[in-house]
Design a protein. Sequence first.
Length: 448
Amino acid sequence: MPNAVSGMAASIRSATDSETFDLAGHDAANINTTINDAFSQPFQLDQMIRITFVTGAGKLSRQKYDDKAMQTLTSALRQSDYVEDRGASCVNECGGSYKTQHDTGKNLFTVVVFPRLVERGEDQASGGDGASPTDQYPIPLPLVEGSPVHTVLLASEETFQKMAPSACPSWSEKKCCSEVLKAALETVEKLDAKLMSGTPLSEDENAFYDAVGGATSIATKAECLKKLMHQQVESGSLTKHEIERLVAQVCEKIDALDEEIDAATQKSQEKKVAKLNTQKGKVEARKRMLEGHTAQSPHRLKHEAQILKLKKQLKPLLKLEQSTKGKLLSMKETKELAAMDDINEEIAELEYASSGWFEDDDAFEVRLEASRKKLAAAAGGPSKAKPSGGGKKPGTGSRSANAATTWLTPGGLASKQAALGKRAAKKKTGPRSDGGSAFAAMMMDSDS
């Protein structure tokens, strides 16, 4: 972060009480710079404050905001290791999180940020090394109750086996979930090492240790996912993006083996060369298999039927809007056209609520665009332009209510949140592919 910041970033940094900042007139580059300058370092505060950004509005003011304002803002926050938590509130424990909202009264779309605060002596008092639990472990503690990671880790092995195919329908989502389990296993191992050294666990550490069922339970879930991913690769149930990713990984393995074979050949290590050639043959066979697969269409949105119904309601209103341009509207026509915004916003909310637990934003965008094209044809014509925020994540309070599934263990779905763990996201990221999603970054290591 620069030594000095100015403009809106300076106003944000100097805030001591909850404040609201309007992003009307700010383009994507300006928003990105402002957020990076404002949130890359912790705030020097004792008590949590709420920083609210207005990123979009209804029909009358929509043109004042950049179409990608919300997406740009949340992406910049993630680059600063902030995580989405739809259950976050104005308490110190929620520092480093954000949530999107829709103020229906004012018809505004907002992003509410709870800044990360500087630790003040807590760690020294507890005999720690100055690092927060989030910095010490791959999985941030405490777990957010009802979040996807909380649900996955607390589910019994039997429940997990039943829920995994529906909670993570795509190969990419299974891969991302497996990275979460890997991070959880590393966390348990760190806690085991702490216990072995004779150091007592904190309340949050002990709660996590007792709740997840130990390393064996996590390893069993990871093995279950590995089998499901292998089956999906073998059967060819992969999207175009997934096939390309897996082929790229296989090509990297072939290049690495070629280098090893050349080095072994120069040293006349014939047995090693033969062994490496055998491995290369298997990898090349895998590449041929992947290239022989026909890419599958992305799976349909969860709320596609409801969205189609709304798009059909929208069609006559679009015709009315076209036919009345430049004309004085009757009271009836005014009321009918006013309903368009509500319908578009409901569509945006349903689209966002259809995003998977462990689905990165790039993959969701592909599914979303495919769904929009299909539903536009089914509704009998092109749909209304995307609502504020690009129709991507229109701060909506209905997300947690609509996204609940049969397999939700203790509570409602809080978000796609931290549970992925700042460290798990940070570990291989470059940065998160919403512009670079943390989820996508997690999937770069192995192919099943």
